[in-house]
Ligand binder design. Structure first.
Ligand code: ATP
Ligand code: MG
Ligand code: MG
Length: 549
């Protein structure tokens, strides 16, 4: 097998281990529980857990839950389920909100060192005083408050003596720094809001920059990996750790995953859910892990995808078809083969005995070593076949049915088409054929060669199911880059429902999460809302890349 070169983060980790900087590494996956995880998060998960697995370290799952307003336990639960489903085990389940006392103590420490102050300015005033990238900011009278006064005011902020927005705690750094994040950034704001874990214990909440690095440090995270937009935050990340004299975690940045024909921000995905443009966070068209799972994607296929896209330091846009390629790779190997007729027309075998049902044997998976076992498939005089497998006036090289043409019925007999019937509207209602009794698959002594094989389902034995076919959720490659509201670019045909599809009886045993290949039609899985009264199958992906030239 070909030797893969190290990505830049693996190089850093190897150096740090070789130099003895660390004996082992600690990474973390730090989602904010304000939405479901998407395929971009999968990249971060595979990266963080992957590094620890490869180098014998550990990875914590840390909920970055410092913003009480948008967060919810529903999201915490879904995140845990999704990380597990992807195949990873965290070392500890942690919550930034568990550090609120410690973070408060850190803030007090900085005040005592003369490195933080309480500011009464409004957000507008603070923004105006910050200056611009080319012009230094200016201080205000609050910047010179005494340590005693700051300690007193900060304690009163915590005690709930001030309304929302009345005061903030700021780090006292450098109002002339070329890095705007260093111009006395906010550390705490007042927010009288209920938190999903700490309840009403707090009415001041730490800002991201004062929570994230300190949480990393508390956990002794060695390599804190985040996306590129945090590069300008790194200086502040290091400053807090340095001034607090705590464990030196280090931040490293990689480019986030962007994928064609979808959106990846939780804010936008939430809009699709709230405005009912999709059937919840796990709608099979959503780029969420839960959506992919319901659609029939496997954890292996998503991990393979993350491996293939690699880790870079530059923004890029990955083609959705690469993900589809990965899931086909996996499903071709592992999906059980079944027959289903999506757009049925009846085929009558005129020389087959009326009322007779013959049980034929079909291999479950020719890609599996032992063929994946077999199932029995009933065959009878009347079969459903795909409407597109018959043509009234077949062109040359149409290796399916048309009067006078011969095909093999998969797992069964060779048949020769003898005629057809139409209704008043001119639609074909029945196709007639004769079978060749000595041509049964596996026992064929007919000596006849046919070019085409088609799938079928016995009319009297067929089960019915609803089948849902999916297409891209958006009409354009990069909806977030288009003018106006991204929702204007939703593909109106992203879901096609086939209410009555005929399926072979063995599919009665289908369970959600098990992959099937419906011969010639693609990969399918049972939808989680399916019941024995109403079977519902989702198409995961077609057999071929229909978008390739
Ligand atoms: P969003 O903008 O979708 O809300 P986020 O970065 O705010 O994303 P978090 O819950 O904070 O979402 O993300 C948890 C982790 O996953 C972070 O370390 C973040 O960098 C990473 N992450 C989020 N989106 C992507 C992406 N598209 N590609 C790679 N990593 C991502
Ligand atoms: Mg975030
Ligand atoms: Mg976010």
């Amino acid at each position: 097998t070909e030797e893969k070169s190290l990505n830049f983060l693996e190089e850093i980790v190897e150096e740090d281990l070789a130099s003895g900087k660390y004996k082992s590494i600690v990474t973390r996956f730090p989602p904010e529980p304000n939405g479901y995880l998407h395929i971009g998060h999968a990249k971060s998960i595979c990266l963080n857990f992957g590094l620890a697995l490869k180098y014998g370290g550990k990875t914590n799952l840390r909920f970055d839950d410092t913003n009480p307003v948008k967060e919810d336990v529903e999201y915490v639960d879904s995140i845990k389920e999704d990380v597990k489903w992807l195949g990873f085990e965290w070392s500890q389940e942690l919550y930034a909100s568990d550090y609120f006392d410690q973070l408060y103590a850190f803030a007090v420490d900085l005040i005592k060192k003369g490195l933080a102050y309480v500011d009464d300015s409004t957000p507008e005033e603070i923004a105006a005083q910050k200056g611009t990238p080319t012009e230094p900011g200016k201080g205000n009278e609050f910047r010179n408050r005494s340590i005693e006064e700051n300690l007193d005011l900060f304690a009163k902020m915590k005690a709930g003596e001030f309304p929302d927005g009345a005061k903030v705690l700021r780090a006292k750094i450098d109002l002339a720094s070329p890095n705007m994040h260093m111009r006395d950034p906010l550390m705490y704001r007042i927010k009288h809001a209920h938190h999903h874990r700490t309840g009403d214990a707090w009415c001041i909440y730490p800002m991201y920059d004062f929570a994230h690095g300190q949480s990393d440090s508390i956990e002794h995270v060695t390599h804190s990996i985040c996306t590129l937009e945090f590069i300008p935050h790194r200086e502040l990340y290091d400053w807090f750790i340095d001034k607090l004299e705590i464990f030196p975690s280090h931040q490293y940045e990689f480019s986030r995953l962007n994928m064609t024909y979808t959106v990846m921000s939780k804010r936008k995905l939430l809009q699709l859910v709230e405005e009912k443009m999709v059937d919840g966070w796990n709608d099979p068209r959503m780029p969420t892990i839960a959506g992919f799972r319901r659609r029939g994607y496997t954890p292996e296929s998503i991990r393979l995808f993350c491996d293939k896209i690699g880790v870079q330091k530059r923004e890029n846009l990955i083609d959705l078809s690469l993900l589809e390629f990965c899931v086909r790779e996996d499903l071709n190997r592992n999906a059980v083969r079944r027959m289903a007729v999506l757009d049925p027309v009846k085929l009558v075998i005129t020389n087959y005995p009326e009322g007779q049902v013959e049980e034929l044997i079909g291999e479950n998976n020719p890609e599996a070593e032992d063929g994946g076992g077999t199932r029995s498939i009933p065959f009878s005089k009347e079969l459903w076949i795909e409407r597109e497998d018959f043509m009234e006036e077949p062109p040359k090289k149409f290796f399916r049915l048309g009067v006078g043409l011969t095909v093999r019925l998969k797992y069964a007999y060779i048949v020769k088409c003898t005629g057809f019937k139409k209704d008043d509207a001119g639609d074909v209602t029945e196709v007639y054929a004769e079978y060749i009794p000595e041509s049964r698959s596996g026992h064929d002594t007919s000596g006849i060669n046919v070019k085409g094989t088609i799938h079928w389902v016995s009319v009297q034995n067929a089960l019915t199911a609803e089948v849902r076919l999916y297409d891209r959720l958006f009409k354009v490659e990069n909806p977030s880059n288009e003018e106006g509201d991204f929702k204007e670019y939703i593909n109106p045909d992203s879901l096609q429902v086939l209410p009555i599809v005929f399926i072979e009886p063995a599919l009665a045993e289908a369970v959600p999460g098990a992959p099937y290949q419906f011969l010639r039609k693609g990969y399918f899985c049972l939808d989680e809302n399916s019941s024995s009264d109403k079977l519902i199958f989702n198409r995961t992906v077609g057999l071929k890349d229909t978008w390739a030239k």
